[in-house]
Design a protein around this ligand. Structure first.
Ligand SMILES: Nc1nc2c(c(=O)[nH]1)N[C@H]1C(S)=C(S)[C@@H](COP(=O)(O)OP(=O)(O)OC[C@H]3O[C@@H](n4cnc5c(=O)[nH]c(N)nc54)[C@H](O)[C@@H]3O)O[C@H]1N2
Ligand SMILES: Nc1nc2c(c(=O)[nH]1)N[C@H]1C(S)=C(S)[C@@H](COP(=O)(O)OP(=O)(O)OC[C@H]3O[C@@H](n4cnc5c(=O)[nH]c(N)nc54)[C@H](O)[C@@H]3O)O[C@H]1N2
Ligand code: SF4
Ligand SMILES: [Mo]
Length: 695
């Protein structure tokens, strides 16, 4: 068969780059950026380029696999549904719906059918035990926007091309792109262009990142103390009379905020974050005094225990300088489906605190940090069954060893994934996933956060292996087996559901989207949608929240730790990897300084007598790991940088052999017990560790 080309888009990260996939004999011959895509090909990277290696990987799970005493064995779809359905039925009968939990990892969210059917299935059986990766990467943002604007899932996309003064706090778009729940295609290059044309770019990051190298000012705070810097900026802006409020919305809480900051010394805040009062004031005045601009905080803060404070204060800075829904500021993109419907869905239960630790539910999800407790703690509502879709929490969440022990205790554990990773060692069933190159669907959820009304259909470039079905069918069939068919027994599939949702929005139809191979721009970019939403809801923007103030006071009361033997550990991402996955492709084999290494500031190394390549032990309260030292002039003293993601081994499900183990499972050093009180997020960034040289 001769080669043919399929135009689709990548579904590895939210940039959703347009792809030109050359296919020969149902194998990928090449993947290139689809330059006929009007919008989203320019971020194209090695992850998308190597996607064919993942789809064609010899270690892929290509049929349902059942665990037996002698390892995993292939099984049929019918056996899968019968066995899982039977076990679930017994657990539900005996222990009730909360004994069954679901966990959705990041890649699961990139399959519309998978994530929608997973969540609807869990709602259908009535469990409150719904967990997702959001609770380690974006809860801080959801809590802040929920409290301030009444919408947990709000994305405020930056308008890069018109921004004069940009403050990026703990985000590294030069590697990660602008795509954390709100996407700006080609954003990093657009921002660099803007800086070349005179815009100011302030990067607040304990490491001098690839992004910071292009900044007009790099500010390196102590990890997890960014909130003090942002609070200092708020104080300066309020006291210097630089406040400009938006006219379109009522604003609550400015007086309380001014009272609170008025009683604080800037020097105290400077001491907490390790950035001088002069620099804080300079950035605040520059930002407030510029014509346009925005502050944006990323996962640097959001993956730490003060992430909600950072998100809140960053948003406050945008509101009090009138940068929301303004050119050069941040705005809510128009959604292809009516936002009223989406919001109603998002507000559905469960809306209570958790059973064991009393952590609040955020955006409908419980905190991953407490899943082991919910499995291991006996009593009513104890989790006994888990359905995990595209997740690897043993590696990507806190305290993986404890998570692993908890997963081993489950009466039923099903993993839907392309591979068997360490998180799936105790699974009773491995359910094969369809790779995105094998899917045919329109992901209306991911396209809701585009900076421009743009949407594209995912096209099937490869035929999936014969026994691999779309994951949504697993949930559909399981619900039928349990006598609880979804959608009231109607014949429904992701395509029909997407068509119905789009019809409700009236902006674009499914047929129009599918008629366009390279993606469809279906309207002009527009601003002001947030004002519409707030006015319909008759809601002010709340700048001051009592629960946030409690947390702020608690932080202020804690003396900053200055023990020279203590370090704070932060992460970095790799170009060829997506979180803990893609080690299986040659893209991850690109040599770089991050593999097996810990980056140590030169001053710290000198103090401790460490040299390049020395072997060290990194110790936390929960674990210890070994790494090689890389001396770095880019790291703030007192900070250790370890790449996230390397340390997850991959197994060959056919014989149980480990096929890869690279890098450091650094998240084992992170405790699941200590979380952001507001959001339930553990200290994946900012956790305290010690460094000891291996003699
Ligand atoms: N190549 C690649 N791209 C990706 C991903 C990937 O794994 N690989 N992952 C994708 C995903 S899931 C997400 S959510 C996005 C995330 O996108 P970003 O939020 O941009 O994430 P990072 O690139 O990790 O940048 C976080 C930065 O925060 C800094 N930091 C750490 N701790 C602190 C702190 O306490 N204070 C401050 N001020 N800064 C801190 C780190 O040094 C780092 O430079 O990226 C996406 N893009
Ligand atoms: N220290 C530290 N920890 C972090 C981070 C950090 O920067 N530093 N980043 C955090 C962030 S931002 C995130 S989003 C999380 C991510 O955490 P996870 O979602 O757990 O991690 P991933 O490695 O992205 O992928 C999880 C699984 O999805 C599978 N998968 C890939 N594609 C598909 C598919 O199409 N279908 C199915 N069913 N499965 C698929 C992969 O094989 C893998 O086993 O990690 C978080 N953890
Ligand atoms: S992984 Fe790379 S190619 Fe794929 S969407 Fe993200 S930036 Fe684009
Ligand atoms: Mo993420």
């Amino acid at each position: 068969m001769s080669a043919h080309h399929v135009f689709t888009h990548c579904l590895i990260c939210e940039q959703l780059c347009g792809l030109d996939v050359e296919v020969e004999n149902n194998r990928v011959a090449s993947i290139r950026p689809d330059k006929a895509n009007p919008y989203t090909w320019r971020d194209f990277c090695i992850k998308g380029q190597r996607a064919g290696e993942v789809a064609g990987s010899p270690w892929r799970i290509t049929s349902p696999m059942r665990r037996t005493d002698s390892g995993f064995v292939r099984a049929g779809w019918g056996d899968l549904i019968e066995d899982v359905g039977g076990r679930l039925e017994r657990i539900l009968d005996r222990h009730g719906p909360d004994a069954v939990a679901g966990y959705a990892g990041n890649p699961f969210g990139f399959s519309y059918g998978s994530v929608v059917w997973h969540n609807l299935f869990l709602m259908q059986i009535g469990t409150q035990q719904i967990y997702s990766v959001q609770s380690i990467d974006s809860n801080a943002k959801h809590v802040a926007t929920g409290a301030m604007f009444g919408v947990e899932m709000l994305a405020l996309v930056p308008d890069l091309d018109l921004a004069d003064f940009v403050v990026l706090v703990g985000t590294n778009p030069a590697v990660s792109k602008f795509n954390w729940g709100g996407k700006v295609p080609n954003g990093w290059r657009r921002l660099k262009d803007r800086v070349r044309n005179g815009a100011q770019l302030v990067v607040v990051d304990p490491r001098c990142t690839e992004t910071a190298e292009h900044a007009t000012l790099h500010v390196a705070p102590i990890p997890d103390s960014h909130w003090a810097l942002l609070l200092g900026m708020v104080k300066v802006i309020l006291e210097d009379g630089l406040v400009r409020l938006p006219a379109e919305a009522a604003i609550d809480g400015l007086t309380e905020l001014a009272d609170f900051t008025g009683r604080l010394e800037l020097s105290k805040l400077a001491g907490i974050c390790g950035v001088s009062a002069d620099v804080i004031a300079e950035v605040a005045r520059g930002f407030a005094g510029s014509k346009t601009g925005f502050v944006m905080a990323g996962t640097g803060p959001a993956l730490g225990t003060n992430g909600t404070l950072a998100q809140w204060l960053a948003l406050v800075l945008n509101v009090i300088t009138d940068r929301i829904e303004r050119p050069g500021g941040r705005f809510m993109p128009n959604w292809p489906v009516p936002w009223q419907n989406r919001l109603a869905q998002m507000r559905k239960p469960p809306q209570r605190t958790s059973r064991v630790r009393g952590i609040p539910v955020v955006a409908g999800n419980r905190a991953l940090a407490e899943l082991p407790d919910e499995i291991l703690t006996e009593g009513e509502g104890q989790v006994r069954a888990l359905i995990m879709g595209g997740g690897n929490p043993v590696s990507t969440g806190p305290d993986g060893e404890r998570m692993d022990r908890a997963l081993a205790e489950l009466d039923l554990f099903v993993s839907l994934d392309l591979f068997q990773r360490e998180s799936h060692r105790h699974a009773h069933w491995l359910v094969p996933a369809q790779h995105f190159l094998e899917r045919e669907e329109v992901h209306i959820g991911l396209h809701a956060y585009n900076e421009l009304p743009f949407i594209q259909t995912t096209r099937r470039a490869l035929e999936p292996p014969p026994e691999v079905k779309p994951e949504w069918m697993f949930y559909r069939d399981l619900a039928v087996r349990l006598g609880k068919p979804m959608f009231g027994g109607q014949d429904m599939d992701p395509t029909k559901l997407a068509a119905a949702s789009l019809a409700g929005g009236g902006l674009v139809t499914l047929d129009a989207i599918r008629a366009e191979d390279h993606g469809l721009v279906y309207g002009e970019r527009s601003m002001g949608h947030l004002w519409d939403m707030l006015s319909v809801e008759e809601r002010p923007i709340r700048l001051w929240l009592d629960e946030f103030a409690v947390e702020l006071r608690r932080q202020l009361a804690q003396a900053p730790s200055r023990n020279p033997d203590e370090f704070r550990m932060v992460s970095r991402r790799r170009n060829g990897m997506m979180n803990a996955s893609l080690t299986e492709t040659s893209g991850s084999a690109v040599p770089d300084e991050t593999a097996d290494c810990v980056e140590v500031a030169i001053a710290d190394a000198a103090r401790l007598g460490l040299a390049e390549c020395d072997r060290v032990v990194i110790k936390s309260a929960s674990a210890s790991l070994e790494a090689n030292v890389v001396l770095s002039e880019h790291v703030r003293p007192g900070t250790l940088v370890i790449a996230h993601g390397w340390g997850s081994p991959l197994y060959n499900p056919a014989n149980g052999a480990e096929v890869f183990r690279k890098g450091i499972p650094r998240n084992r050093l992170v405790s699941g017990a200590e979380v952001d009180a507001l959001s339930g997020v553990p200290a994946l960034n900012g956790s305290v560790v010690q460094l000891v040289r291996v003699p």
